[in-house]
Structures are given as C-alpha cells and as structure tokens.
Design a protein. Structure first.
Ligand SMILES: Nc1ncnc2c1ncn2[C@@H]1O[C@H](COP(=O)(O)OP(=O)(O)OP(=O)(O)O)[C@@H](O)[C@H]1O
Ligand SMILES: [Mg+2]
Length: 342
C-alpha cells in the first residue's frame, strides 16, 4: 500500500431529493443536505470511529466511501484510488458491512453463502475452501456450531458474524463497517469489537467503523470524528476529545413519569429557561426510564442537582437515581452540540 492514508475524503457533499405528500395530490419537493462538506483521514493499522446521532450522515459517508453512492461534491480516495473514477479498484481493497442482513441466501448455510461470495471475489478450489474455513473460525461461527446451519435459522448475532466474515473473505486491507454491533447482546458485541481491534493491531488493516455508541467508540477507536448534521464537528483520539470537557461535571438523573407526561421538547425548553442549564442531553434507557445528562460547572453540581430535582418533581416526574460521572465522549458530544436549534 503506497498511499500513507488508508482513506481520505475532502469536502464531501450529498443531497437527497425527496417528495413529501401534502394533502391528497400535492407533492412538494424537498432537498435534504445529508453531508455538508465532510473531511476525513484514516491511517493504516488504526480503528477510526465515525460517531454521531441518528441522521447525522454516518451511513451516507460510508456508502460514498464504499462506492455505493456518488457524492454531489468533494472527493475521496480509498487505498489510494478515487471512489468515483476508480471504483473497481476501490472495491477490490475494501470489505464492507452495511446492513447485517443484506444479500444473503436464506436457503443456504453460512458456509455455502461464504463460498458464493468468495467465488465472486475470484477464489477457487482448495484456496477457496481454506479461506472460507478460516473466516468462519475468525468470527467464531464454527465455535457456535452455526457454520452449517441455514441462514434463515441464524440469530441476529450469527448474522452479524457472517456479514463480517463476508467482508473479510478476500482479506481486504480496509474494512468499512456501519454499526457492526447494532442489536447484539453484550458478549457478541464484545467478540466483534475484539476482532475489529485485532485486525487493525495484528494485521495492520485500516478499519472505519460507525457507531452512535460513544462507550463503544472509547473502547475500540484509536481516533474518532464526531459528525452532526452532515458536518464533522470534532476529531482526535478519545483522550484528546475528552480533554475538551475535562473541567465539566456530568450529572446523570434518571426519572420516570408519574401521571402527566411532559413532552421532551417542552422539557428541554424548561431546562434551558428555568434552570439556565445549557449543556445536556435527554434519552431513554433500556428500562424505559428517562435519562438526563447535564454538564454542571465544577463546584455547582449540588446546586444543579437540587434545581433539576425540584423542576422534575414539580411537573410530575419521579426521580429514580442521581449520579455524578466522569466525563466521557458523550459529554464531548453534548458540549459541542448543545445550544443549537433542533
Ligand atoms: N435514501 C434517502 N433519501 C432521502 N433522505 C435520506 C436517504 N438516506 C438518508 N437520508 C437522510 O439523510 C440524512 C443522513 O442519513 P444517514 O443515514 O447518513 O444518517 P446516519 O448517521 O447513518 O443515521 P443512523 O444513526 O440513524 O443510522 C438523514 O436526514 C436521513 O433522513
Ligand atoms: Mg446509519
């Protein structure tokens, strides 16, 4: 690989044109700016994370880099080849996992599916059998006893492993993985993460992985870029990014609704107006509790907690737990995106 960057992208712009229904017959043309000038650079032997919330532009970026979508503006080179004019070369050098379920044959086993994709990649005979066996082992499908099961009988975790096996079957130097651990149980997600890190460390592959899971990004990524609304808003190692919020104190308040349910948007407005809290995020955890994460100023955390509890109980919420946390990548994201119009 002569090129020093595995992936380089400059000024990528992508617009989607859609038609919205208004009334019975009227359809109104609407343009969505999915990417507004994305710059990226990833290195060999590195796990690079593209992080951002739903709709930020992660999948759009990944599709352009994997030659599945044309950019409207800007350019990108993958393994030294241009994604538009040299897309055939690009495809030889990448293994892609986009959506876990795409393009497998339901009536074939995992092994048979892989044989087919290995053949498309030009492998034949003994070499093909050897490589298929190798990747089945690598993603632990053999160990799970799932290699010779029909694809239609696969669990989500098995499907994710097979998708990764397909991306690896031709031993590409670059892997492009869109949310590879989405929907997996913790042990399966961990195995996939370990494999990703090993492929970068031990084999020098360049891995680009997207996720909206900041915790996962901290675990596996050497460097990350945070994308929001089609723009890269921060770049660096997780440690470098966390130093941006080193002085903030993340306060996490979990709460449930009692009777009245205040809409999220009006709760956000209240937090801003009545508490003067600027940097926060609202989400829902696995148990269905609301999670408010607020960046308090050092020395003011108790005051902030008291005011949040007062506000929440005043409008019919029941506070379940309060926790003071260490700054994480999630807080970097909150700090960088708070105060913007939604
Ligand atoms: N085929 C399409 N047609 C129209 N709009 C689209 C299309 N694909 C994506 N978009 C829009 O482009 C924006 C970026 O979408 P994209 O799928 O790249 O986001 P994402 O970061 O991958 O989000 P998620 O975390 O939900 O997967 C969103 O506003 C989305 O609604
Ligand atoms: Mg996506």
């Amino acid at each position: 690989m002569s090129s020093s960057s595995a992936i380089i992208a400059r000024g990528l712009v992508k617009r989607y044109v859609t038609y919205e229904r208004r009334g019975f017959l009227r359809r109104v043309k609407k343009t969505i700016e999915a990417l507004r000038g994305v710059d990226l650079e990833t290195r060999w032997g590195e796990v690079f994370g593209l992080l951002g919330p739903n709709g930020a532009g992660k999948t759009t970026t990944v599709k352009i880099l994997s030659t599945l979508l044309l950019p409207d503006k800007g350019w990108a080179r993958v393994a030294g080849y241009d994604v538009v004019s040299e897309y055939i070369e690009v495809r030889k050098h990448i293994g892609v996992v986009l959506s876990v379920e795409r393009g497998f044959f339901w009536k074939l086993t995992g092994r048979e599916n892989l044989r087919y994709f290995a053949m498309l990649r030009g492998l034949r005979g003994v070499e093909l059998e050897k490589r298929v066996e190798e990747v089945l082992r690598l993603v632990s499908l053999t160990e799970l006893g799932a290699a010779d099961k029909l694809y239609e009988e696969y669990s989500l975790g098995m499907k994710a492993r097979l998708a990764l096996a397909r991306a690896l079957v031709h031993d590409p130097p670059i892997l492009i993985l869109d949310e590879p651990t989405l929907g997996l149980d913790p042990p399966s997600a961990r195995r996939i993460r370990e494999l990703i890190v090993r492929l970068a460390r031990e084999e020098g592959k360049a891995v680009l992985v997207t996720t909206h899971n900041m915790y996962e990004a901290e675990l596996i990524c050497d460097r990350v870029a945070i994308i929001a609304k089609g723009r890269i808003i921060a770049k660096g190692s997780p440690e470098e990014l966390k130093s941006l919020v080193a002085k903030e104190v993340p306060v996490i308040v979990r709460f449930t609704s009692r009777s009245t349910i205040v809409e999220a948007s009006s709760l956000e407005a209240k937090l801003r107006r009545e508490l003067g809290v600027e940097k926060f995020s609202l989400s829902v955890d696995k148990e269905g509790r609301n999670v408010l994460r607020v960046l308090a100023r050092p020395g003011e955390e108790e005051e902030t907690i008291a005011r949040i509890v007062g506000l929440l109980s005043g409008i019919g919420y029941r506070v379940r737990s309060i926790e003071i946390a260490k700054p994480s990548l999630e807080d970097v994201f909150i700090a960088l995106t708070s105060g913007e119009e939604k």
